[in-house]
Ligand binder design. Structure first.
Ligand SMILES: NC(=O)c1ccc[n+]([C@@H]2O[C@H](COP(=O)([O-])OP(=O)(O)OC[C@H]3O[C@@H](n4cnc5c(N)ncnc54)[C@H](O)[C@@H]3O)[C@@H](O)[C@H]2O)c1
Length: 358
């Protein structure tokens, strides 16, 4: 019997371009309709992908009974509203990171998801990059032994991102938009983070854009067993592109250490009884980066929509789901509180403040 095909609608066609490419190349997905407020963006995507339909009205996706899953790639500040509308229309949701830009809407989303009986999957794209997939496989196979400490970073000269109006408006923060990748990877390996401590600094370059939310961020995250993750980010200055630009995730365990990198297709390992090895997946560059430069990374989206379909086939909720995503937001809220107060902050205190039971 042929596998079921899932019917998709997509809103927000900037980064949403990646999931269009992924859906059109998948035999598990059918792209039904797409939406963007900006008519020029609609036209450009129609031309690029040969699409017959593109609407400027989100309601056209919500009211279409054929669409089962809505994928959301609108500005961070609009995710909460767009997820809620999709759930109320009876659709499953794929939402790009960050799930939300604050915890304000988290409670109402949990209620909406429960009432709808639909799932919300957070498209944490870095988990689905080739190097990170190999690292996860080695971790699950126990090749690191006991992983005691994790180091993640997202270092990028991301001033280009501020060309977007919404990135200079209330609700945008480097922590949510960029560093959420590094926080998510740390939490993937240490899910039970209980307490955080860190500092942030808003550089003069950052302030020149009118941004108050810090762009230089350094944190320690501790789980219930005392294991520690170190998470860092810098966003408005030149980077050492040959060494630490992009995303990195290092696992240090009793039997081995590894580091997975993005956007370099490299994975470094040193496991007991082996020589240190650098694994290169450069032959997959064209799969991950399908458009000009490395501006979008459609291969990760391909991997996550195939994973989403497989989970749905098995009646499982794809991860990270709404609960996990909200816990990560609570960790980030604790990180923000720690920057403000100069004190360690417990994640449970944040969850209690927002009356969130996960
Ligand atoms: N690694 C990743 O997963 C990744 C990478 C880049 C961006 N993103 C996320 O994707 C989202 C969009 O970022 P972007 O870089 O594409 O921004 P963008 O500004 O280029 O694109 C957003 C698009 O949404 C459209 N839009 C805005 N409001 C709308 C509405 N109410 N209805 C329909 N369309 C609307 C805009 O016209 C625009 O085309 C952000 O949340 C960002 O964090 C994720």
């Amino acid at each position: 019997m042929a596998a079921k095909t899932y019917k998709l609608g997509v809103i927000g066609l900037g980064e949403g371009r990646s999931i269009l490419s992924a859906a059109l190349q998948s035999d598990r997905w059918e792209l039904i309709n797409v939406c963007d407020l900006n008519q020029d963006v609609c036209r450009a995507r129609q031309e690029e992908f040969g699409l017959t339909r593109c609407t400027q009205r989100y309601d056209d996706l919500l009211e279409d009974p054929e669409i089962e899953v809505i994928a959301i790639y609108t500005p961070d500040q609009l995710h909460g509203q767009h997820i809620k509308q999709a759930l109320e229309a009876g659709k499953h949701v794929i939402v790009t990171k960050p799930l939300l830009h604050s915890l304000e809407e988290a409670g109402s989303l949990l209620e909406a998801a429960k009432a709808a009986g639909k799932c919300v999957f957070v498209g944490q794209s870095s988990r689905f990059f080739e190097s990170m997939i190999h690292q996860r496989r080695d971790y699950l196979a126990g090749r690191h032994g006991d992983v005691d400490t994790v180091e993640t970073y997202y270092i990028s000269d991301a001033r280009w991102f501020l060309q977007r109006d919404w990135a200079r408006q209330k609700g945008f923060s480097w922590m949510h938009n960029f560093m959420s990748h590094a926080v998510d990877l740390a939490k993937w390996y240490l899910p039970g983070i209980e307490e955080v401590f860190g500092y942030g600094y808003s550089s003069t370059a950052n302030q020149a854009y009118g941004l108050a939310a810090p762009d230089d961020l350094r944190f320690l995250l501790r789980d219930g067993e005392g294991r520690v993750a170190q998470v860092s980010g810098s966003y408005t200055k030149p980077t050492l592109r040959q060494i630490d630009s992009g995303i990195g995730c290092t696992l240090r365990g009793s039997k081995g250490t590894s580091r997975a990198l993005y956007s370099k297709l490299l994975y470094h390992t040193h496991f007991a009884g082996e020589q240190p090895i650098t694994h290169s997946f450069e032959d997959k560059h064209g799969y991950y980066f399908r458009f000009e430069g490395e501006s979008h990374h459609a291969g990760e989206y391909q991997n996550y929509i195939e994973y989403f379909a497989e989970c749905m086939d098995r009646g499982e909720t794809p991860k990270p789901d709404l609960n996990e995503g909200i816990h990560t937001l609570a960790v980030m809220a604790a990180m923000e509180r720690s920057m403000e107060t100069g004190q360690p902050v417990r994640v449970s205190d944040i969850l209690r403040e927002y009356s969130l039971q996960l």
